[in-house]
Design a protein around this ligand. Structure first.
Ligand SMILES: [Zn+2]
Ligand SMILES: [Zn+2]
Length: 341
């Protein structure tokens, strides 16, 4: 008898939560990489998928290998495939370096070790892979793209850890000027009066691996349009395991439902031992009317059905389907016709 070929692997989870795509792979202890193409960011890089090569920024929640393992390869491939790289050009006239091949944003305590990890490759490969490691202090922001900021939020895991919030900075007219006519506003502005105030609108929040804590009720999580939450355990008797590993349990997520206003809560980092079917069943049992806004990133079957319905609705509305099929990650396209989980 012939041996069987290896199992197909590596299908990306995919959810279209307008206007954002949430795509990637996340299984507890194995790998987590979650990409938001529209926001130019990926959370964690446990594995370097082909799709994640296109984002310029990795926001690293912590340095467990299932969240970090793909980073050196990502830097290397970005350089090898000349993606986003301007580093072959001389420095800009103002002395600032060109956009690097990619950057990884991390907890300040990880900065030196991550640099050391990248440098360890140099004598092995006999070449230097360009990389940028950016330490982001908790409570500090960093610009991802125009008006879009990444904020680091300290969480609690077995190692130094961050959650992240992606915020949009908008200028709003101050209350006191609201009823003034345009010409008056223009006049005030030319006289140098600050007539607007800045507001940060939370778009997406990511918990990373974490024990439950007060940070989960912050505005960045409560007001986010999408919350991407670790949820490793679903079994009623696995609360102890969640506490020991400093992870979230479905009971913790349920407690957050009245606080999180998000249209969509995307659960990631589900343990391999938990079937998607069982996880879905527990969500239905515990979340009541909120079950409809809870998604499992790796529930390929439900997510595919949901996307098909979105395409059909878009066609009905006589609009082109969004996003166009060719924008789906390549892995998904290949695997969709007979997606199984
Ligand atoms: Zn993990
Ligand atoms: Zn971890």
């Amino acid at each position: 008898m012939l041996p069987s070929p290896p199992a197909r692997e590596g299908q990306l989870g995919f959810l279209y939560l307008p206007p954002y795509r949430v795509q990637g792979i996340s299984v507890a202890g194995e790998q987590t990489v979650i990409q938001i193409p529209e926001l130019d960011v990926a959370f964690d890089i446990g594995q370097c998928t082909r799709a994640v090569l296109s984002v310029p920024t990795i926001a690293l929640s912590h340095a467990h290998m299932d969240h970090l393992g793909g980073l050196p390869y990502w830097f290397s491939q970005r350089s090898f495939q000349k993606i986003g790289g301007e580093t072959h050009l001389p420095d800009k006239p103002d002395g600032k370096p060109r956009v690097p091949v990619g950057r990884c944003v991390c907890h300040p305590e990880l900065e030196q070790s991550l640099r050391g990890m990248m440098r360890a490759w140099e004598p092995l490969e006999r070449q230097k892979t360009p990389f940028e490691i950016v330490a982001l202090e908790p409570e500090k922001d960093l610009e991802l793209k125009n008006n879009i900021r990444l904020r680091a939020i300290e969480t609690r895991h077995t190692v130094p850890s961050l959650g992240f919030s992606v915020l949009e900075r908008r200028s709003k007219l101050k209350e006191e000027f609201r009823d003034l006519p345009q010409e008056k506003l223009r006049e005030l502005r030319t006289r140098g009066t600050e007539i607007t105030r800045q507001m940060d609108i939370p778009l997406i929040a990511y918990t990373g691996d974490t024990a439950p804590g007060e940070y989960l009720v912050r505005d960045e999580f409560a007001d986010a349009k999408i919350v991407i939450a670790e949820c490793t355990f679903f079994e009623p008797d696995h609360n102890d395991r969640a506490r020991t590993g400093m992870h979230l349990h479905i009971d913790d997520i349920i407690r957050m439902l009245p606080v999180w206003k998000a249209e969509a809560i995307v659960l990631v980092h589900v343990s391999r031992r938990t079937t998607i079917h069982y996880a879905r069943e527990r969500i239905e049992q515990l979340a009541g009317a909120d079950a409809g806004r809870i998604h499992l990133l790796m529930d390929h079957r439900s997510n595919r059905a949901r996307y098909d319905a979105q395409v059909a609705a878009a066609e009905d509305a006589n609009k082109p389907p969004a996003p166009p099929a060719e924008e789906l990650p390549r892995e998904s396209q290949e695997d969709i016709p007979n997606a199984v989980e």
